[in-house]
Design a protein around this ligand. Structure first.
Ligand code: NAP
Length: 245
């Protein structure tokens, strides 16, 4: 049977690959190659970009792909739109896996912004010592923020660390206790994060709430209109229906 191409790089993608492989589905997981030592799911793996929409179309044709599942990070929007365009052009069905965004709860002080640039612009008006958890690729957006000491947490070091910034290398999941310790040790007065959703990294929000800290929350960009599941298990059910069709 022609394989399912699973665009991955997330814990949901790994969980889905596991479920599909266990169910006897042939899966090729695709990773962008951003993380030096990625956690690898079961099944086949390919690593690196496809070369835009045209490259992905060629890959779908060459590998006789029957179904694509987009389980990339909610902020990997370029890949999601490329997949949408390539699948439409090649008449290959596409399913999305998107964990729901975090929602503010009682006691939260969120300052919602549409982009990283808007977060950087707002930051000096909110705090003086920021914990940045936006991912290493996004650090450049904060390079010129005036009057704010940056503590950057990332899995791998960013290519360029902004002058004076501190780096904390760590990979989630984190507990609320971990996060409280980090926030207190660095005397953080504002948290900056993308609204990734999920439980792997949500403890920082609980910790910020407990300490009464504001959170600059970068909202998600629009996602292509495709059938979408919120969890790996729900996605596995959609895959099984699609493969029967
Ligand atoms: P992006 O901006 O949407 O993608 C940029 C380019 O990277 C794509 O056009 C594609 O290159 C390549 N790419 C992205 N995901 C890929 C995949 N799963 N397989 C093969 N190529 C991929 O995405 P990004 O922000 O660079 O994120 C890259 C990876 O990191 C994704 O797997 C994502 O799930 C993971 N990630 C991202 C974030 C985030 O906040 N952005 C956070 C955690 C993990 P071509 O055009 O050459 O095909």
């Amino acid at each position: 049977m022609a394989p399912v191409l699973l665009l991955g790089g997330t814990s949901d993608a790994r969980a889905l690959a596991t479920l599909l492989v266990e169910g006897g589905v042939e899966v090729v997981s695709s990773l962008a190659g951003r993380v030096r030592e990625p956690l690898l799911p079961p099944g086949q793996i390919r690593i690196g970009g496809f070369g835009g929409v045209d490259g992905l179309r060629e890959y779908l044709r060459d590998n006789d792909i029957r179904l694509v599942v987009d389980a990339t990070h909610p902020f990997a929007t370029q890949m999601s739109w490329h997949a949408h365009e390539a699948c439409a052009a090649e008449s290959v069905p596409l399913i999305g896996v998107r964990r729901p965004p975090w929602e503010p709860t009682t006691g939260d002080d969120w300052r919602r912004v549409p982009t990283l640039a808007a977060a950087a612009e707002l930051l000096p008006h909110v705090g003086r010592r920021a914990l940045l958890t936006t991912g290493r690729q996004e650090v450049a957006a904060f390079a010129d923020v005036p009057g704010v000491h940056l503590v950057i947490r990332a899995i791998d070091p960013p290519e360029r660390l902004p002058a004076g910034a501190e780096l904390v290398l760590a990979r989630g999941p984190f507990t609320v206790e971990d996060e409280l310790t980090l926030l207190r040790e660095h005397v953080i007065d504002v948290l900056v994060t993308k609204n990734s959703g999920g439980t792997m990294t949500s403890a920082k929000l609980d910790a910020a709430r407990a300490l009464g800290l504001p959170v600059v929350m970068v909202d998600r960009a629009p996602y292509p209109p495709v059938p979408t599941a919120a969890t790996a298990r729900a996605a596995a059910a959609l895959v099984s229906i699609a493969l029967q069709g």
